[in-house]
Design a binder for this molecule. Sequence first.
Ligand SMILES: [Zn+2]
Ligand SMILES: [Zn+2]
Length: 360
Amino acid sequence: MTLGTTAACATPRRSTEPLARTRIVPLGTAGGPTLLDPARAGVSTAIVHADRIYLVDLGLGAYQRLVQSGIAPGLANGDLLENVRGIFFTHLHSDHIADWPALYVTGVSNAIGRTAPPIQVWGPGVRPTLPRVFPPGRPQPPVFEPGDPGPGTVGMTSHLRQAFATDINDRSRDSALAGPDTLFEVHDIDLAGIWTPDLDGEPPRLSAPIHIWQDGDVTITATLVDHHPTAPAFAYRFDTPDGSIVISGDTTVSKNLIDLAHDTDYLVHEVIDAQFAEQVVAHLPPDKAAPMREHLLSAHTTIEQVGAQVAQAARARNLVLSHLVPANNPIARWKLAQQGYSGRLVIGNDLDALNVGVSA
Ligand SMILES: [Zn+2]
Ligand SMILES: [Zn+2]
């Protein structure tokens, strides 16, 4: 298949602008589990406010990007995670969580001397049902791990503890390193009274955002986005004294997301090139082409939609494209998102620094 040409930047670059107190640092801007471009790590976004860091998703390579980013002053002292306050998973697809196992098991070795509170980790809870099979009528594929086929964030992390028990026990007995339980407090986002995900996974319109965490002067809220049939899938909003930032996660055009992003300073939104999706499915046999096309174009947001139908509708002042599918698309394709959008369009690059507000 033709996947387009490699993006203009061969290596990640850092911004040379003076840094504001609050900023967005895309650690990884590639979407999907297929690796296409050395200049783009798997999707992850850091929000820096004063001496605090919040991480949204941890795609493949994001952990190393955190090392490279320069936003973690404790690096040289073995305390890379010193300023990390929270980690937020939008959903549990592998391209959003692949570096969580690495960070989880090596975390205590990169938080040496930490006096800050444990890192708060949030994400989806247990999926109560498996998603529907597409197209309708296709034979049911085998269920992987039928005893626990849809673990949430807490369950997944519990499995990691089990998988890495050899290392954790070795280091606690030999080197007196505390285990990951002391560093991370993991939470499933409680949807009781809000929604029970069903086979189709299309969330209801919410009348108000979901409150996640008030961390000093930073307020973190979330909403349910439409990444059907994957559910629940969340977008997060960070309100700081310097401005607001919304991270879409994976979603098709979502009214809940538009509500959450209303009048926001920065909307960091996923995007897919529909032309790429058509190229991919054109090379697949019909029984595989239909499900792939359905996922790519019904569960994600196209270039034509993201500016005109999402950012413009939300009145977002800045639209930052991330979770780029395909990651190696020509930049000119992404620039088409400006059509129908009157705000500022930014094509996200790994390790850029986007200042929020004017405080230094
Ligand atoms: Zn994704
Ligand atoms: Zn996804």
